[in-house]
Design a protein around this ligand. Structure first.
Ligand SMILES: [Zn+2]
Length: 188
């Protein structure tokens, strides 16, 4: 019995991933903020499941940053569970973690990617508010555990060249007292 239940859970998972990936693809093609069709056609439970998959799948910036830091000789753990907020990159020996925040979900202030969809505005406003509160709470929890927390915005990574950002991150990682201030906004 548990075998068939597992099978079913697995196939549900696969379907959810396929939906998330195709949405991810579509969203990146059509730029942020135009995904209202999805909002109107799926239930809120399904939508919220899909969104959580998208959040973990749609991180081109995260992959780019990982590769660039690796090329600079930094070694890290990825998405380490058991730490508040599951930081994207964890540097255990350096006592530091990095989040690569998507500008849309995490509301990069003043950034052109941080649009608000026109339909279901109340839903999105509430959703974004909760995201911002959760981010602040998770950072505080990490700091209470003596981790140094750096936040990098998606648009900072996607904006080339990466060099200046990598320099700032390198200082943050190598200086035991280092802090990483996110840059304000995307002017591109
Ligand atoms: Zn941004």
């Amino acid at each position: 019995m548990s075998y068939s239940l597992n099978m079913r859970a697995e196939s549900t998972q696969i379907v959810a991933e396929k939906v998330a990936i195709s949405w991810c693809f579509w969203q990146s093609k059509s730029e942020y903020g135009k995904h209202n069709g999805m909002t109107d056609t799926v239930s809120s439970v399904v939508r919220s499941k899909i969104m959580s998959r998208v959040r973990s799948k749609c991180s081109k910036a995260e992959v780019m940053l990982r590769k660039a830091l690796h090329a600079r000789g930094f070694r890290y753990r990825v998405n380490r569970r058991g730490l508040p907020g599951t930081p994207d990159l964890v540097f255990p020996r350096r006592g530091a973690v990095l989040f690569v925040h998507g500008c849309f979900w995490h509301r990069h202030d003043g950034c052109r990617r941080a649009t608000t969809p026109a339909t279901n505005e109340a839903f999105w406003t509430e959703k974004f508010k909760r995201n911002i509160e959760r981010d602040a709470r998770k950072i505080a929890e990490l700091e209470a555990l003596s981790w140094r927390v750096g936040v990098v915005w998606e648009c900072e990574v996607l904006r080339q060249p990466l060099g200046p950002l990598l320099d700032r991150i390198a200082v943050f990682l190598t200086d035991p007292e280092g802090v990483l201030k996110p840059s304000d906004r995307d002017h591109s």
